[in-house]
Design a protein around this ligand. Structure first.
Ligand SMILES: C[S@@+](CC[C@H](N)C(=O)[O-])C[C@H]1O[C@@H](n2cnc3c(N)ncnc32)[C@H](O)[C@@H]1O
Length: 177
C-alpha cells in the first residue's frame, strides 16, 4: 500500500515540478474557482476555520479566503504548494505541504468547513476507505464538508485514474467519526 501511495505522490509531484508555472500542462487546473464551490458560496456563508484538501494550484482556497474564512490549504506536492505561494503572495491562506494520510493531531476535528475537489477520485480504490476516514477526521463537531467528484453507479467499474465515487461511498462520510 505504501509504495502505491508513494507512486501517486511522485506522479503528482512530477507533473507540477516539470510544468512549474505552465498551468496549461496541468490537466485538472482551471485557474479559477471550482464552479460547484462558487455556487455554494453564492448562497452559503462560509467563515471560521476552513481546510482545503489536495488544493492543487490554490484557486478554491483563495475563493474561500475572499468569502471570509481563515483558510489552510494542503497538498502532498511540494511544487504545487510552492506554486500556490508564488501565485497568491500577499494572501493570508496558509498553503502547507501535507499528506492527507499523515495528519498531525492538531488538525484533527479542527475545521468548520472542509472542501475537497477531485482528490479522493485521484487515488486508487483501495485507499477509498482510508481517505474518507482521514477527511472526516478533520471536521469539528457540526463542521460541514463539500466534496466535488465525478460520480458513477455502484455496478459500474472504472479503470482509473480517475476512480469516480458512488453514492454509497459518499454516504460513508456521514458514518465516520
Ligand atoms: C486531481 S488533482 C485536483 C487538484 C485540485 N483540487 C483541483 O481541483 O484542481 C488532486 C490533488 O490531490 C493532491 N494529492 C494527491 N494525494 C494526496 C495526499 N495523499 N495528500 C494530499 N494531497 C494529495 C495532488 O497533489 C493534486 O494536487
Amino acid at each position: 500500500m505504501k509504495n502505491e501511495l508513494k507512486e501517486r505522490h511522485l506522479f503528482f509531484e512530477d507533473i507540477y515540478k516539470n510544468n512549474f508555472e505552465k498551468d496549461e500542462n496541468i490537466p485538472w487546473a482551471k485557474m479559477q474557482t471550482n464552479p460547484f464551490l462558487q455556487e455554494y458560496l453564492e448562497s452559503n456563508l462560509v467563515d471560521g476555520k476552513v481546510l482545503v484538501v489536495g488544493c492543487g494550484l490554490g484557486d478554491d482556497a483563495i475563493a474561500l479566503e475572499l468569502a471570509g474564512a481563515k483558510v489552510t490549504a494542503i497538498d502532498i506536492s511540494e511544487s504545487a504548494i510552492a506554486w500556490c505561494k508564488k501565485r497568491f503572495d500577499g494572501f493570508e491562506t496558509d498553503f502547507v505541504v501535507q499528506d492527507i494520510f499523515e495528519l498531525p493531531q492538531d488538525m484533527l476535528r479542527s475545521y468548520d468547513f472542509v472542501f475537497e475537489a477531485f482528490t479522493i477520485q485521484s487515488l486508487p480504490l483501495k485507499f477509498r476507505d482510508k481517505i474518507i476516514t482521514a477527511i472526516s477526521s478533520l471536521l469539528a463537531p457540526k463542521g460541514k464538508l463539500l466534496v466535488v467528484s465525478n460520480g458513477k453507479q455502484e455496478h459500474e467499474s472504472f479503470d482509473g485514474p480517475p476512480w469516480p465515487l458512488n453514492i454509497n461511498e459518499l454516504k460513508l462520510f456521514g458514518m465516520k467519526e
